[in-house]
Design a protein around this ligand. Structure first.
Ligand SMILES: Nc1ncnc2c1ncn2[C@@H]1O[C@H](COP(=O)(O)OP(=O)(O)OP(=O)(O)O)[C@@H](O)[C@H]1O
Ligand SMILES: [Mg+2]
Length: 275
C-alpha cells in the first residue's frame, strides 16, 4: 500500500492536540481497512483555506481561515445507506468482535467540539475521501511577528480569560502567554467571576467571550465593573452575534473583537486598553 502525505506550512498547530491526532488516526485506520484486500493508495493532505460567505460547506460555518485535513483512499467505497449511518456510535459493518463502530462517532464529536465540519465523498468500488475543516487560530508566527507583538504585555499584565469552549481557551492561553501576558483562564463564566470577586486586584484585564451558557460576557462585565470600575474589559463576539458597540460602551466594555481571534488582533486590542 502506498502512502502520500502533503502538507503546507502554518497548519501544524491544531495537530499538537492529541484529539485532532485521534481524528486523523481513526480516518486513516478506516481508509487502510477499506483497502486491506485489494491494496491501494492512502493520501493524507493538510492545507489552509479561506472560507468566504459563499461557502460550499455547511452554511453555519463562519467565514475565516480553516485548516483542511483530507484522508483519501482507493478502497471499497461506502454505500449511501452506510454513509447515512456511519457517524452513529456503535455503527459498524465489520463482523462482530472486529470493530466497536466508535471510530467515526469519536472523530465527529471531536471535530464538532472544535467548531469544525467533517464531510465525505465516496463512490462504491472507487474509494472515499473524508474532509475535515477546523477553524484556524494563528498561533504560529515568524520571529518578526513574535518580536512585533511580544510587547503586548510588557509588564506581564495579568489577564482573566473566559470562553466556554475548551479548545479556544487552550489556544488563546498559549497565544497570550507568548505575548508576555500572565493568564488565568476559565471555561465557566461564574467560576471566573468568583475568582475575580475574591481577588479583584490580582487582574489587570478581563477578556471574555460573549455567548456562554449561564452568563453572557456582558453580564459578567457588568458584575466585574460593579466591583472595580477601572478594570479594562475586552469582549469577544462570534460572527453572527450582535452586541452593539454602543451597548458595550454603556456597560463599560473597552473593546469589542470578533472571533476567531488572531494573535495580531488580540495584541492590538490589549495594547489599546492597557495604554
Ligand atoms: N474509508 C472508508 N471506506 C469504506 N467504509 C468506511 C470508511 N470509513 C468508514 N467506513 C464505514 O463506516 C463504518 C463505521 O466506521 P467507524 O470507524 O465508526 O467504525 P469501524 O471502523 O467499523 O469500527 P472501529 O473504528 O471501532 O474499528 C465502517 O464499519 C465502514 O462500514
Ligand atoms: Mg474505524
Amino acid at each position: 500500500m502506498k502512502l502520500n502525505i502533503r502538507t503546507k506550512a502554518d497548519t501544524t498547530i491544531l495537530f499538537q492536540s492529541s484529539e485532532i491526532q485521534q481524528v486523523a488516526v481513526n480516518l486513516a485506520n478506516n481508509a487502510a481497512y477499506a483497502m486491506r484486500e485489494e491494496g491501494g493508495t492512502l493520501s493524507i493532505g493538510l492545507s489552509s483555506i479561506t472560507i468566504g460567505s459563499d461557502s460550499p460547506f455547511e452554511e453555519s460555518m463562519r467565514p475565516g481561515r480553516y485548516v483542511k485535513l483530507t484522508v483519501k483512499d482507493t478502497g471499497t467505497g461506502i454505500h449511501p445507506e452506510v454513509q447515512k449511518r456511519m457517524f452513529e456510535p456503535f455503527f459498524t459493518t465489520k463482523e462482530q468482535g472486529q470493530g466497536t463502530g466508535m471510530g467515526l462517532a469519536v472523530a465527529y464529536g471531536i471535530v464538532k467540539a472544535h467548531n469544525g465540519v467533517i464531510e465525505v465523498e465516496s463512490e462504491v468500488g472507487k474509494g472515499s475521501m473524508f474532509t475535515v475543516l477546523l477553524p484556524q487560530y494563528d498561533v504560529l508566527s515568524t520571529k518578526e511577528q513574535e518580536e512585533e507583538t511580544s510587547l503586548a504585555c510588557p509588564r506581564k499584565e495579568r489577564i482573566l480569560f473566559i470562553d466556554d469552549e475548551r479548545a479556544v481557551v487552550e489556544i488563546t492561553k498559549t497565544v497570550l502567554e507568548r505575548l508576555g501576558c500572565h493568564v488565568t483562564a476559565f471555561t465557566d463564566a461564574s467560576e471566573a467571576l468568583n475568582a475575580f470577586i475574591e481577588h479583584p486586584d490580582s487582574f489587570d484585564l478581563i477578556i471574555t467571550d460573549q455567548t456562554m451558557p449561564g452568563m453572557t460576557g456582558t453580564a459578567l462585565a457588568k458584575e466585574a465593573l460593579d466591583l472595580r470600575k477601572d478594570i479594562p474589559i475586552i469582549l469577544c463576539t462570534g460572527y453572527s452575534e450582535t452586541v452593539s458597540p454602543k451597548k458595550a460602551k454603556e456597560v463599560g466594555i473597552r473593546e469589542l473583537i470578533m472571533k476567531p481571534l488572531t494573535k495580531q488582533e488580540i495584541a492590538e486590542a490589549i495594547r489599546r486598553v492597557i495604554d
